[in-house]
Design a binder for this molecule. Sequence first.
Ligand SMILES: [Zn+2]
Ligand SMILES: [Zn+2]
Length: 190
Amino acid sequence: MVCSPPKPAGNRHESRKVTTLVAANVFESLSSFFDSPIWSVLKILLIVFLFAMWIALAIWVFKDARRRNSAPGYPRLMAAIALLIPFFGPLLYIAVRPSETLDERKDRELETLALTREAALRCIDCGYPTEPGYLMCPSCQRKLKEPCRHCGKPVDPRWTGCPWCEGQLTNPLTRSDYVPDDREMVEENL
Ligand SMILES: [Zn+2]
Ligand SMILES: [Zn+2]
């Protein structure tokens, strides 16, 4: 007959007892920590920190709003929301604020203007870069401007007066009226 090995009868009971003891110890030290003066100091520091954060976020919202919208009262309104709804107010502001600052918008507009000007200084037919003084496209020879009959400076055929010499330009043309060989006729009249 084979004897089975003796069961570790008391082990489970022992380990449960140790766990209970450890839990009780942890609980005791925690409750003594919350009663200690260290916790009181930490609590005050935490409150001061949260208060400072609340005010700092409202100031940040005010400054940021001033950089993004020139409407009077907008930064103050946004800062008031940040003050009235602590921490969530600034988040709300970030969600609804204009995506670019006034400076960024100005830069973008200037860039667009520069691109438009650059495009305006190109031949209408072949896209070759031209200068404001060109009478003709150097690439495809399309007529771009006429010489003024009074001073000879380049003038747009749609203009009624010369901006350089204040001379009257008779029969201003539209772009569609533009006949490429007009230049010789104008030069004869000079
Ligand atoms: Zn051209
Ligand atoms: Zn002129």
